[in-house]
Design a protein around this ligand. Structure first.
Ligand SMILES: [Zn+2]
Length: 330
């Protein structure tokens, strides 16, 4: 065995085999995995709740994921209800640049709805899982004045627009279901899609957006000012296509799979690692962090923001957002 030569490597291999024993792929059910990398945490509470995560790649379907069987659903729900925005400061609106990026993303998703919704649907009922501040739904309101908006956002600290109603995904009659940066957070993404299908009308569309986590990006993320937290599944164009094809082809027709946003750049240099460490350091002092963000936003925000266009969907697999549009056929 080559790995016997290096002690540290033996240790890693044994851990990875032990960890993989009870692990089952959330997409294909496969039980064989290769270790990709240790998990890069952002905030101590997530690490305390879910310590020692590793990102593994399913040898059957290629989907990267942590061991979902080690994640307790009640703990994960608690995290999103109480910690995600309030304490970990993830998914919050900080600067005018962030707000503009949220809006640009919403506009792009509305563009897809306009393209794929049946023309007869003039006032769609739109459901978004975990709508956050409601940026996507607000863009739907601009495009379809008399549409109805629904979400099941569980974060009590959020103030969303008053026209957004709290609802269940499986209880409605929705024309559009939005899953914008959602699937990668869920303990059981397959089960959630089955739930959502109950509330989606026949011929209605499901628009899914996730980060495009190609394996090289996952491996080098530790050298960049980004983190894996709190994602637990990491899709790329092939693995998300396969996810819908093998699990939902009876009920959902895939209309398109694309990537959009900036082209992914993989940095393995020490400068990027230093940037991440600096960001870690200043984020320990929230007031300083917020001031720096505001200064950056004042200096560069408005100029950068004008150029943001996330409607650049491409068939290539190398951009930062993955998008899938599906139509319910039965
Ligand atoms: Zn798999």
């Amino acid at each position: 065995m080559r790995s016997l030569v290096i002690n540290g490597r033996i240790f890693c291999d044994i851990i990875s085999i032990m960890g993989a024993c009870r692990m089952q792929c959330v997409s294909c059910g496969g039980k064989e995995f290769s270790k990709i990398t240790d998990y890069i945490y952002k905030e101590r509470l997530f690490k305390q709740m879910f310590p020692g995560l590793r990102i593994m790649k399913c040898r059957n379907c290629g989907l990267c994921q942590v061991c979902h069987q080690e994640i307790e659903k009640s703990k994960l729900d608690y995290y999103y209800e109480n910690i995600y925005r309030d304490k970990a400061k993830i998914g919050i609106k900080l600067s005018s640049g962030d707000v503009s990026r949220f809006r640009a993303r919403g506009k792009a998703l509305v563009g897809l709805a306009k393209k794929y919704l049946p023309e007869s649907v003039k006032t769609p009922a739109v459901f978004e899982l975990g709508a956050g501040y409601g940026f996507n739904l607000a863009e739907f309101k601009k495009a379809y004045r008399d549409c109805s908006l629904f979400t099941d956002e569980i974060d009590k600290t959020i103030e969303y627009p008053p026209e957004v109603n709290i609802a269940s995904p499986d209880k409605g009659q929705y024309d559009v279901v939005l899953l914008s940066h959602v699937l990668e957070h869920l303990k059981d993404p397959k089960e959630y899609i089955y739930t959502v299908l109950k509330g989606l009308k026949k011929d209605g569309i499901m628009i899914v957006e996730t980060p495009n986590d190609i394996t090289e990006v996952l491996i080098h993320r530790g050298n960049q000012p980004y983190y894996h937290e709190p994602h637990i599944t990491f899709f790329d164009k092939d693995s998300i296509s396969y996810f819908f094809k093998i699990n939902f082809s009876d009920s959902l027709m895939m209309l398109r799979v694309s990537t959009a946003g900036d082209v992914l750049r993989i940095t393995s240099g020490t400068l990027a690692a230093a940037k991440r460490r600096l960001r870690d350091l200043i984020s320990c002092f929230p007031a300083v962090f917020k001031t720096l963000i505001n200064i950056k936003s004042l200096l560069f925000g408005s100029r950068a923001v004008e150029k943001i266009d996330y409607t650049n969907d491409s068939d290539e697999g190398n951009r930062e957002f993955l998008r899938v549009v599906l139509r319910k056929i039965s």
